[in-house]
Design a binder for this molecule. Structure first.
Ligand SMILES: Cc1cc2nc3c(=O)[nH]c(=O)nc-3n(C[C@H](O)[C@H](O)[C@H](O)COP(=O)(O)O)c2cc1C
Length: 202
C-alpha cells in the first residue's frame, strides 16, 4: 500500500528491518524510479555527483549475498561462519533486492585536482553525499512498505562485485542496503535526550 507520507513522517518511519521476505511488494520499475530520483535530487559537494548506485533484484541480489558468504567463509572460522550465514540468509539474502552504494574515486580525484584549496575535504564530502543517497533511498523504500537495513561488507567484496557485474575499477563500495517484505517489526529504539544534543541561540 502506498503511504504518501510527508517528509517528516517518512524520516520517522524509517527503521532497520532484519527479517525480510522476497514477496514482490513493489515492482522493479518503481524501485528503479526511486534510485533515479535520488541520483537526480540528492546534493553533492560542488555538484560533483560522485555517487553510483547498483540495483540488484532477485537472482542478482541472491548472487551478491552468495559472493558475501563465499568471501566470509574463506576468512572466518567455521563456527563464526555458521552464525553469519544464518544472519545473511534470514535478514539479507531472503529479501527481494539489494542496493549497492558506490563512490566513483575518479570523480573525487578530479575534484581534488580542480579545487586544490579544498582537496583534503573531497573524500569526506564524497562519503557524506553517499550517506545522503542512502538515507533518501532507505526512506523511499520504507515509504512504499518495504523493509531495509544498511550493511557494510566492503571493502572485502569490492573486487568480486566489480568483476561479477563489470563495474569500473574506480567505483568503491560504501554500503549495501538489502530490502524486502518486512516480516517482523523493529524493536523499540532508545533515544539519548534530544535537548542534550542540540543548542539554540538567538
Ligand atoms: C553510518 C551507519 C552505519 C551502519 N552500519 C550498519 C551495519 O553495518 N550493519 C547493520 O546491521 N546496521 C548498520 N547501521 C544501522 C544502525 O545500527 C541503525 O540505524 C541504528 O541502530 C538505529 O536503528 P534504526 O535504523 O532501526 O532506526 C548503520 C547505520 C548508519 C547510520
Amino acid at each position: 500500500m502506498y503511504m504518501n507520507r510527508s517528509f517528516k513522517e517518512a524520516l520517522q518511519h524509517r527503521r532497520s528491518y532484519y527479517a525480510l521476505g522476497s514477496e514482490r511488494l513493489v515492482n522493479k520499475g518503481d524501485i528503479e524510479e526511486m534510485v533515479e530520483f535520488a541520483l537526480m535530487h540528492v546534493p553533492s559537494a560542488f555538484n560533483s555527483q560522485s555517487s553510483r548506485v547498483v540495483m540488484l533484484i532477485e537472482k542478482a541480489h541472491r548472487r551478491f549475498w552468495q559472493i558475501v558468504k563465499d568471501t566470509l567463509q574463506a576468512r572466518i572460522s567455521p563456527e563464526l561462519f555458521v552464525k553469519t550465514e544464518k544472519k545473511i540468509n534470514q535478514s539479507f539474502a531472503s529479501g527481494y533486492g539489494t542496493l549497492l552504494f558506490f563512490e566513483d574515486r575518479s570523480v573525487v580525484q578530479m575534484m581534488e585536482q580542480k579545487f586544490p584549496l579544498y582537496a583534503p575535504n573531497f573524500f569526506q564530502w564524497s562519503q557524506q553525499t553517499s550517506a545522503m543517497h542512502q538515507l533518501a533511498l532507505w526512506c523511499m523504500l520504507e515509504d512504499r512498505g518495504l523493509g531495509a537495513s544498511l550493511q557494510h561488507y566492503n571493502p572485502l567484496v569490492d573486487e568480486s562485485v566489480r568483476q561479477e557485474w563489470g563495474l569500473p575499477s574506480t567505483w568503491e563500495l560504501v554500503a549495501q542496503m538489502p530490502f524486502g517484505y518486512p516480516l517482523t517489526m523493529p524493536s523499540v529504539k532508545s533515544h539519548e535526550p534530544v535537548l542534550e544534543r542540540m543548542r539554540v541561540f538567538e
